[in-house]
Ligand binder design. Structure first.
Ligand SMILES: C[S@@+](CC[C@H](N)C(=O)[O-])C[C@H]1O[C@@H](n2cnc3c(N)ncnc32)[C@H](O)[C@@H]1O
Length: 211
């Protein structure tokens, strides 16, 4: 008798993809990290504030250096292998961070828990980004804020279509969609954008939003 295998959900596919990428992630990212990402991440230093903070899609913990001292931070990721690497980095840095495996599309926190919710280069890979951003809206306090560093589909029509064309290839290789309309998704989830800065044309952007 043939056993029917249930097809994997998009979230399971994403999780497996990042489990596979995790051991090579830091190496893959090293050149861009040195050239641009590190200075972009530095923006978090002055903006992550409050009593309770949540980082989503923590990956290998590249933002740990930007955490304010003595902060009470919870950091989640879908991929257990990414979380394991982040845990090692936290140990080396002697950082007190509450690391948990969790899906941003289904957060296990009560409403209005956090003062700051933040993520870097994450909503390109979350299967349903609007659902994830709505969850962040739910767990953020009314006076809290959302900080995002994200790459997205350029607004230039021809370039945008070129990104659409390349997307399946890049998605397979890196787990990231390069053609997400992230600004529309943020607004679609209910957030009000207060700061929008173009860091690399309109492809990489820094975003601050309020509930
Ligand atoms: C491109 S990596 C970015 C990692 C890190 N934020 C950085 O800046 O280096 C995207 C991360 O988002 C995580 N991720 C993707 N979908 C997720 C979801 N639904 N919930 C939580 N994390 C997710 C992936 O496992 C991966 O670690």
């Amino acid at each position: 008798m043939r056993s029917e295998r249930k097809p994997l959900s998009p979230t399971e596919i994403t999780c497996r993809r990042y489990d596979r990428i995790a051991p090579f992630y830091d190496l893959m990212q090293a050149p861009v990290e040195m050239l641009r990402f590190r200075s972009w991440r530095d923006r978090l230093k002055s903006r992550v504030a409050g009593k309770r903070m949540l980082e989503v899609g923590v990956g290998t913990g590249k933002n740990f250096a930007c955490y304010p001292p003595n902060a009470r931070i919870t950091a989640i990721d879908l991929s257990p292998t990414m979380i394991a690497r982040a845990r090692k980095r936290a140990e080396v840095l002697r950082l007190n961070v509450d690391l948990r495996q969790m899906d941003v599309q289904q957060l296990d926190f009560p409403d209005h828990t956090f003062d700051t919710v933040f993520a870097t280069f994450v909503f390109c890979s979350v299967p349903d980004p609007i659902l994830g951003l709505r969850e962040l809206y739910r767990v953020c306090r009314d006076e809290g804020r959302l900080l995002l560093l994200e790459h997205m589909r350029p607004e230039h029509p021809l370039l945008g279509r070129f990104f659409d064309f390349l997307n399946p290839l890049i998605l397979r290789a890196t787990g990231a969609n390069i053609n997400r309309r992230t600004i529309d998704n943020i607004c679609g989830a209910g957030w009000k954008i207060e700061v929008l800065r173009n860091l690399a044309s309109d492809i990489v952007r820094w975003i601050e939003a309020k509930p």
